[in-house]
Design a protein around this ligand. Structure first.
Ligand code: NAD
Ligand code: MLT
Length: 523
């Protein structure tokens, strides 16, 4: 096995690789240089610098596995890798303590003006009045995103006698109680917190989660921290809120563009910045390098790997039969989670027809991964999905029936929360995945890309006006299906579209007479 390491990786990881496989270290290559040599390698190890684009993947004719020494796989085109049968692995736990400690360091630096005071003293001044600070004891910290890092930040802040408010729509009250934090809404956090720190992945839902509206409502003197991903806090709005004094200051480690050339955040004295250093500790870099190196060695020996993002480890013969069902199950899960949009306490999978005769364990895990991914992004994988579900007290139930009324095989997923149930079912027609049920509606759609779902009254002159709205905004419809329960009742329209539909355009659709609701889902 030949491994290419294309970003700098801790020596400990390199040593592990070198004991067992051929390793070439070539850092700082241009995309063309990488493209011209990648065909020689079976494995590629990267951090965040190497961009593993579809172009690179297509040239990687021997590549079997890509290892990301870190959590975020934003620099890897996972979908193209999956299409080419290349496993993508990451190291989601190795740097969580470092990221949590960096957050605390940022909070303390903000409270005591440490970077500003350091700069002032070194420029020859002895200014003690200007840098009067505040204690954190007794203050309220709002934690948005209570996953691995958010929870570690909360624990450390409690050690400093802070009160913790948290918002995470996918965390149960039970988990919050275990952590000693009070679950509430973003609005409540904004109004009552002295410090607010974000620890979510960057998704469509979390992009600009903190924007002008939240700054306007915020408690005077509030301080914001972002050590998660650039864009969760709107950069322009934050710079403005700090310059007008609405927000007292901020500490930012991550940016929409990195490096953040010309960013308004670099212009304010009250905004302290670090160049994406959350995971930059000796310990974290050793952890993630060792983790990825060990997984690559396991893979080379045919042993299970711990953090495969896009494929489970199952025996080759079993995999041949189950392989087509895995992406289908993931998409069913992803769709159900987007319909629910909130926490859920139960996921039920029912298999009928041919598939029920197989070991459906990996298919259930694929569905679970699809559901959880909506909240957790790339930190959820085939190995940790069941563990995360268990930690979050989500019940996973499987049932099987060898007969299926309308399809030779059917996977049905039901997501339940407080008596509300969302249902999605799908089947394989030859090699094509189809979604055949959404809640109570029978349908037949290809689960792919951007889809608009609109529930509406079942009468004429609804679909045409909706299509006119999309046409007016130059949105191309690639496929369309309507399902209804009975004539004259309610129906669902599902459109596969070539590009995203913004919230403003969705509002226009919602105004069409007879439309009950419209939303986008992304598969
Ligand atoms: P995680 O998946 O363990 O936790 C993320 C949490 O966010 C989950 O509990 C999820 O339920 C919650 N969430 C999802 N959508 C939400 C929403 N709309 N509102 C509120 N909460 C929501 O991830 P993690 O390992 O804790 O990482 C958190 C972030 O930190 C990620 O963005 C990761 O990429 C980033 N990170 C940054 C650095 C760095 O160097 N600065 C290092 C490691 C991780
Ligand atoms: C991660 O995703 O692991 C962190 O942001 C740190 C990094 O990019 O290395």
């Amino acid at each position: 096995m030949k491994v290419l390491v294309s970003d700098s990786l801790s020596d400990k990881g390199i040593e592990i690789l070198k004991k067992e496989v051929d390793v070439d270290i070539k850092t700082g290559m241009s995309p063309d240089e990488l493209k011209s040599c990648i065909g020689e390698y079976d494995a590629l190890v990267v951090r965040s610098q190497t961009q593993v684009t579809p172009d690179i993947i297509k040239a990687a004719t021997n590549l079997k596995i890509i290892g990301r020494a870190g959590v975020g796989v934003d620099n890897i085109d996972v979908e193209t890798a999956t299409q080419h049968g290349i496993i993508v692995i990451n190291a989601p736990e190795g740097n969580m303590i470092s990221a949590a400690e960096h957050t605390i360091a940022m909070m303390m630096s903000l409270s005591r003006n440490i970077p500003q005071a350091n700069q002032s003293l070194k420029s020859g001044k002895w200014d003690r009045k200007k840098f009067m600070g505040v204690e954190v004891r007794g203050k309220t910290l709002g934690v948005i995103g209570l996953g691995r890092i958010g929870a570690e930040v909360a624990k450390r802040a409690q050690g400093m006698e802070m009160n913790i408010l948290a918002y995470d729509p996918f965390i149960s009250e039970e988990r919050a109680t275990e952590l000693g934090v009070t679950l509430t809404t973003v609005d409540d956090i904004v109004v009552h917190s002295d410090y607010i720190t974000v620890h979510t992945p960057l998704t469509k839902e979390t992009k600009n989660l903190i924007d002008k509206e939240q700054f306007d409502k915020a408690k005077p003197g509030v301080l914001f921290i972002n050590c998660a991903r650039g864009g969760i806090i709107n950069e322009q709005a934050l710079a403005e809120a700090v310059s007008t004094g609405k927000v007292a200051g901020a500490a930012i480690d991550v940016f929409v563009n990195e490096p953040p050339e010309g960013s308004p955040l670099l212009e304010q004295d009250n905004i302290i910045v670090t160049p994406h250093l959350g995971a930059s500790t000796k310990e974290a870099q050793v952890n993630v390098a060792v983790d990825v190196a060990e997984q690559i060695i396991n893979f080379s020996k045919g042993l299970p790997i711990q953090n495969a993002i896009n494929m489970p480890y199952v025996k080759q013969e079993v995999m041949k039969v189950l392989q087509p069902y895995l992406p289908l199950a993931e998409k069913i899960g992803r769709l159900a989670a987007q319909l629910m949009e909130n926490k859920y306490e139960r996921i039920e999978l029912s298999y009928s027809g041919d598939i029920s005769k197989r070991d459906t364990g990996p298919v259930t895990v694929a569905a679970l991964k699809g559901v959880l991914e909506f909240a957790m992004g790339s930190s959820v994988n085939y190995i940790n999905a069941p563990v995360i579900a268990k930690e979050r007290k989500i019940k996973v139930i499987e049932s099987k029936s060898q007969t299926s009324e309308s399809y030779s095989n059917l996977i049905m997923l039901q997501l339940s929360s407080n008596g509300h149930v969302k249902t999605v079912a799908g089947t394989m027609v030859g090699t094509n995945p189809r979604i055949v049920q959404i809640n109570e509606y029978s349908i037949d759609v290809l689960p792919s890309g951007h889809m608009m779902l609109a529930t509406h009254e079942d009468h004429p002159n609804i679909i045409g006006p909706c299509c006119m709205v999309l046409g007016k905004h130059d949105i191309n419809i690639a496929g369309m299906q309507v399902g209804r329960i009975k004539a004259g009742g309610t129906a669902i329209m599902v459109l596969n579209v070539d590009s995203d539909i913004s919230d403003d355009i969705l509002d226009e659709i919602r105004e069409v007479n007879g439309i009950i609701d419209a939303k986008m889902v992304y598969l």
